[in-house]
Ligand binder design. Structure first.
Ligand code: 4NP
Length: 171
């Protein structure tokens, strides 16, 4: 087997303007703070394409900025079939994202489709959609995504290869 240079991670939500851009930006920041950015290829996408080409929601940009993270240059895009080959881990924010991803995945998909908080923290819990709520919803999403990103980085640092939710390689 050829050793891989990095673990590739795609964060996915519905619109790719609220949750998954935050997850992408926060995970990048977590990796940067640990000096491990080069270990990862990170991106985000939505199962829906309504906001294609748009910047993240201003409320996501604001909560990230208040923690010193700039996500304003990101542009929303829809999940495409190649994503299931390009990414090792395809992490849905909620269970409907995971179901939609499984329906979109080609039969020979390589990437593992998993619930973000389940894989990162071992809790079957969702990052709720904050789109129709207020700023406090975005603050809550930020805290969840921050904690899960730290745990995800911990988990990936412990194993040199991508792992599944159920089995872990401890060689
Ligand atoms: P996201 O939030 O999935 O976290 O980006 C949403 C953004 C837009 C819509 C729904 C959820 N929308 O219906 O347009």
């Amino acid at each position: 087997m050829i050793a891989k240079a990095h673990t590739s991670i795609l964060f996915v939500c519905l619109g790719n303007i609220c949750r998954s851009p935050l997850a992408e930006g926060v995970f990048r920041a977590v990796a940067a703070s640990r000096g491990t950015e080069s270990a990862y290829l990170v991106d985000s996408a939505g199962t829906g394409g309504w906001h294609h080409g748009s910047a993240p929601d201003p409320r996501s940009i604001a909560i990230a900025a208040s923690h010193g993270i700039d996500i304003s240059a990101q542009q929303a895009r829809k999940v495409v079939p190649e994503d299931f080959h390009r990414f090792d881990l395809i992490l849905g924010m909620d269970s409907s994202n995971v179901e939609d991803l499984k329906a979109l995945a080609p039969p020979d998909a390589k990437g593992q489709i998993l619930l973000f908080l389940d894989f990162a923290e071992g809790v079957t819990s969702e990052v709720p959609d904050p789109y129709y709520g207020g700023a406090d919803g975005f603050a809550s999403v930020y805290r969840m995504v921050r904690q899960a990103s730290e745990k995800l980085a911990d988990r990936l640092e412990r194993g040199s290869a991508p792992m599944s939710g159920q089995t872990s390689s401890t060689t």
